[in-house]
Design a protein around this ligand. Structure first.
Ligand code: ARG
Length: 462
């Protein structure tokens, strides 16, 4: 670092930091992403200073114009601060403002530390990020519901242990994801609620001797109120950890659907065909069409879990209040956000143009014993204890399996040999569309599922 270089805290130092120290410690490459929020925060702070008479109207105008110029220069690509010269975005802007406006720039940091400044920038950024991600989730729900609408009667095997269990419909299966995504939106809303208070005015850790109007800046920046405790305000990163948790759970849900798409698009399952847009080929095997986007979404979940661990570990055992360790918070948060946002957008598109092999779903269900539970239930309706019904139907399954046959080929007489209580009426009942037999709320009965779809549509479009 050259001696003439401008740092915010040169006074008590005889020598500048080693260039390797600057290289190691500068966060500019990452927190540049907070430039808009940083300027927004500075404008609010300047207006508050003017109102509290720490700036006169001319000075305020100079500062506001300077900040507007910096933003314009940034947007036009005319100003690109150098990480070798500045510790972070806050310093870079302060130095640039001084270049543009002269000494008046030195009044902007009145009563403000980078500690409350960065916490404010982060909350401003996070508010927007949560809102955007909720919207992505809503669009994803919309894509799933749209697909579900066409497949209320597309029967498919429901699985437990990845073994065929009971029939469900594709619509019903997809709506399970819509439920998950709704909870993901709620997790993001929760994060938004925890950041409705503004740290600005907390100073480095213990507020200020100047009479700053914290209500003013909080309101100007769209917060409900100022934070209540300065020390906590500059040490707090709970909101980022909560956000990363929301990213982890949200990504985990996307990864589960991605995994199902990987399975379903195999020749073995052959339930769906992914379009060319979301698949890739093999450099060696000419015939290959691989579900790479789904695999990468599944894979990226692990990375996002890592980001959570990174921040959780940074925060662990950190004494109050601000420590430079906290600067490590932004990289995992931005990376998790980007992974989540991109995965959501891609998966929504994939679900919008996926081809469903509906006949294959139906064929499959005929060849298994997924009506077995319903048969046992039927015997219960006739007064048989469930355990006994379970045993008897189980025996029938074993027998049919030995003969390599399915329930659909069994006659009443054959069944009666093992289950004397079974009659023609029961046999007719067993041939009814299986989902319509379901009585409980929350079950895949098509009537239920149609109602769910109506509810979701009004909720998602509200
Ligand atoms: N770049 C720093 C961060 O993100 C800003 C706060 C620096 N504060 C300080 N006292 N060095 O945490």
């Amino acid at each position: 670092m050259k001696p003439n270089q401008k740092l915010l805290w040169g006074g008590r130092f005889q020598n500048p930091p080693d260039s390797r120290a600057m290289d190691f410690s500068s966060s500019l490459g990452i927190d540049l992403r907070l430039i808009e929020e940083d300027i927004e925060g500075s404008v609010a702070h300047a207006r508050m200073l003017a109102q509290a008479k720490f700036l006169n109207e001319t000075e305020l105008k100079q500062i506001e114009d300077g900040l507007a110029t910096i933003l314009a220069e940034w947007r036009k690509g005319e100003w690109r601060p150098d990480p070798a010269r500045h510790e972070d975005i806050h310093s870079a802007i302060e130095v640039r403002l001084a270049e543009l406006t002269g000494p008046v720039a030195g009044k902007l940091p009145t009563g403000r530390s980078r500690n409350d400044q960065v916490a404010t920038d982060e909350k401003l950024w996070l508010r927007k990020a949560c809102k955007k991600l909720r919207e992505h989730n809503r669009l994803f729900q919309r894509a799933l519901v749209k697909l579900a609408e066409d497949h209320v009667d597309t029967i498919m095997p429901g699985y437990t242990h990845l073994q065929r269990a009971q029939p469900v419909s594709l619509a019903y299966h997809l709506l399970a994801y819509v439920e998950m995504i709704e909870r993901d939106k709620q997790r993001l809303s929760f994060v938004e609620k925890t950041i409705s208070d503004c740290p600005l005015g907390s100073g480095a850790l213990a507020g200020s001797t100047l009479s700053l109007d914290r209500e003013f800046t909080a309101r100007a920046l769209g917060f409900e109120k100022p934070t209540t405790h300065a020390l906590d305000s500059v040490a707090n990163r709970d909101y980022f950890l909560d956000f990363l948790n929301a990213c982890c759970v949200g990504m985990m849900h996307l990864g589960r659907l991605a995994e199902e798409l990987v399975l379903w698009s195999t020749k073995e399952w052959n339930f769906v065909t992914l379009t060319d847009a979301w698949t890739t080929g093999s450099s060696l095997m000419p015939q290959k069409k691989n579900p790479d986007m789904a695999e990468l979404i599944r894979g990226r979940v692990g990375r996002v879990y890592g980001y959570y661990m990174a921040l959780a570990t940074t925060l662990k055992g950190l004494p109050l209040s601000y420590n430079r360790d906290l600067q490590e918070d932004k990289e995992p948060v931005f990376a998790a956000h980007d992974a989540y946002e991109k995965s959501l957008a891609i998966l929504a598109e994939m679900m919008s143009d996926v081809k469903i092999n509906a006949s294959r779903f139906v064929d499959e269900i005929l060849c298994d014993f997924s009506e077995a539970t319903d048969m046992a239930d039927r015997l219960v309706m006739k007064g048989m204890p469930f355990r006994e019904a379970h045993e008897r139907v189980g025996q029938l399954v074993r027998l049919m399996e030995e003969q390599e046959r399915t329930f659909s080929t069994a006659t009443t007489d054959e069944i009666q040999k093992h289950i004397p209580e079974w009659n023609d009426e029961d046999q007719l009942w067993l041939r009814l569309p299986p989902l319509e037999r379901k009585k409980t709320p929350g079950s895949p009965n098509p009537k239920n599922v149609r109602e769910m779809i109506v509810d979701w549509k009004s909720k998602i479009n509200a």
